[in-house]
Design a binder for this molecule. Structure first.
Ligand code: PEP
Ligand code: MN
Length: 338
């Protein structure tokens, strides 16, 4: 439930309400707005005398949250959340571009891509060091060596970095090297992993599961917030449908709907969403026009010889063209690149 405090409620009144909720076994999440403070309270409502609670000084109203996801729910927080990674912002009025190869293959490969995507306007460098592959015989990443390369190249190019973490045992290691932790589609419901990244002080990008409903996706985000980490970025990356002409079906509906249901920033990944580089440019424009807060795009210097996801990777020159069109689109939408 949400306890809405009166506009001029004092800090003492807010503290009293919070302490009361804590004593009743609730977890509390105060959100200080410009005008009002609201306190999100997660716990067993049946144990509370709602009447007595609403009579506490400073309380304006008590509103139940009907949906199973609470902390990510826009009913709890009406303003858009912004995730900050140093001077790079995700959400609000910004368009954030994450780009780089599917997998880190070596220092030279990553540096070449990083320099070019940075030049085109990307601010976050992506690259997989632990790759969740369908086949155990496919390239599964350079692991810690890959993390070191990513750290080196991102600092050399003055970019922020993101990489996927696939196992609870690697979370602390990955945190030492990168700015944002990525939870991949295949791990969206790995609840131990979600709780683990929820304990870290790094932002988390949570991809939608291959066959996850929007509610399941938001519940997965709820795990991360419930563990204490409010800095979650949602990423729609296409879902499984009957269609086989494309790798996945890019669910543009989800981008629009999730932004209505949740205050969290929502970005989209047209590379995995389509599986075909020839679709990435136009689908990207559609996603941004529909309100995506950013894009994650796979870029490779030599897609034909990429160790992973070459068919959906843009060459740097094609990525540059996309960034030019996104610049024009941004001015129509009143958005700015971050
Ligand atoms: C990736 O970003 O390279 C990746 C494996 O994505 P997803 O988890 O969406 O398949
Ligand atoms: Mn990939």
């Amino acid at each position: 439930m949400i306890i809405v405090m009166k506009p001029r409620a004092s800090q003492e009144e807010i503290d009293k309400v919070e302490n009361k909720l804590l004593s009743l076994g609730f977890k509390t999440h105060p959100i200080y707005g410009d005008v009002k403070t609201v306190i999100g309270a997660i716990g067993d409502k049946s144990r509370v005398d709602i009447e007595a609670l609403s009579n506490l000084p400073g309380v304006e109203a008590i509103v139940p949250i009907m949906k199973p996801y609470k902390l990510v729910n826009r009913e709890l927080k009406s303003s858009n959340s912004i995730v900050r990674i140093g001077d790079v912002e995700v959400g609000g009025n910004k368009l954030t571009i994450m780009a780089g190869p599917c997998a880190i293959e070596g220092y030279d490969q990553l540096l070449e891509v990083a320099k070019s995507v940075k030049q085109s306007g990307a601010t976050i460098l992506r690259g997989g060091a632990f790759k969740p592959r369908t086949s155990p015989y496919s390239f599964r990443g350079l692991e810690e060596e890959g993390l070191k390369i990513l750290q080196h190249v991102s600092s050399e190019t003055n970019m922020k970095s993101i990489t996927e973490v696939v196992d609870t045992r690697d979370v602390e290691l990955v945190c030492q090297y990168v700015d944002i932790l990525q939870i991949g589609a295949r791990n969206m419901q790995n609840f131990r992993l979600l709780s683990e990244v929820g304990k870290m002080d790094k932002p988390v990008l949570l991809k939608r599961g291959l066959s996850a409903t929007i509610e399941e996706w938001l519940m997965a985000a709820e795990y991360i917030l419930a563990a204490g980490n409010p800095n979650v970025i949602l990423c729609e990356r296409g879902i499984r449908t009957f269609e086989t002409a494309t790798r996945n079906t890019m669910d543009i509906n989800a981008v629009v709907l999730v932004k209505q249901l949740s205050h969290l920033p929502v970005i989209a990944d047209p590379s995995h969403g389509t599986g075909l580089w020839r679709l990435v440019h136009d689908v990207s424009l559609g996603l941004v026009a529909a309100g995506a807060d950013g894009l994650m795009i796979e870029v490779h210097g030599d897609p034909a010889n990429a160790t992973s996801d070459g068919p959906q990777s843009l060459r740097p020159d094609k990525f540059d063209l996309l960034m030019k069109d996104l610049t024009a689109l941004c001015s129509v939408l009143g958005k700015q690149f971050t």
